[in-house]
Design a protein around this ligand. Structure first.
Ligand SMILES: Nc1ncnc2c1ncn2[C@@H]1O[C@H](COP(=O)(O)OP(=O)(O)O)[C@@H](O)[C@H]1O
Ligand SMILES: [Mg+2]
Length: 139
């Protein structure tokens, strides 16, 4: 039923909990065909990019790879075969678009934002609203 699993991952504690849940689900299902960890690279304002020396894009991709590394380590430990993808854009938009290729999205309730007024993060909130497949939100 849930053969293709998408885990949007931003390096937060909540995303790590979601990843653990997703890995356990994949292990119990045995027959998953895709397990993807998705990191969305947010565009940074051009003024800020201009201030930074060097290849900004390469820096952002490297930052993403560093954030995702512990996630891939955990999956290796658990014996879950996965792929990591890095896409540019607005996180909620990219996640909802990519979700079309999967059977379930498993993500964190919160992320890296320090603004904790709302019970749920803005990315999770938008993904729930705009995604057709089931979305599992993990604390
Ligand atoms: N840039 C991103 N790339 C991939 N997944 C993300 C990204 N930002 C957020 N997420 C996913 O959304 C979840 C909730 O984060 P978010 O809604 O941004 O909360 P907050 O507002 O606390 O930062 C995260 O646990 C993660 O699963
Ligand atoms: Mg966030």
């Amino acid at each position: 039923m849930y053969e293709r699993i998408l885990v949007p991952y931003d390096g937060s504690e909540s995303a790590m909990h979601a990843l653990e849940a997703a890995a356990n689900l994949a292990t119990s299902l045995k027959s998953y065909s895709a397990f993807t960890v998705l990191y969305v690279i947010q565009e940074i304002p051009r003024v800020e990019a201009a201030r930074l020396a060097g290849d900004v894009n390469a820096m952002l991709v490297e930052e993403g790879q560093q954030a995702v590394a512990p996630a891939l380590d955990l999956l290796t430990q658990k014996g879950v075969k996965a792929q990591a993808i890095y896409l540019h854009g607005d996180p909620a938009e990219v996640i909802s678009r990519e979700a079309g290729k999967y059977d379930v999205v498993i993500m964190g309730r919160r992320g890296l934002s320090t603004f904790k007024e709302l019970v749920i993060g803005s990315v999770s909130h938008k993904v729930i609203q705009n995604t057709a497949c089931p979305v599992l939100i993990v604390n």
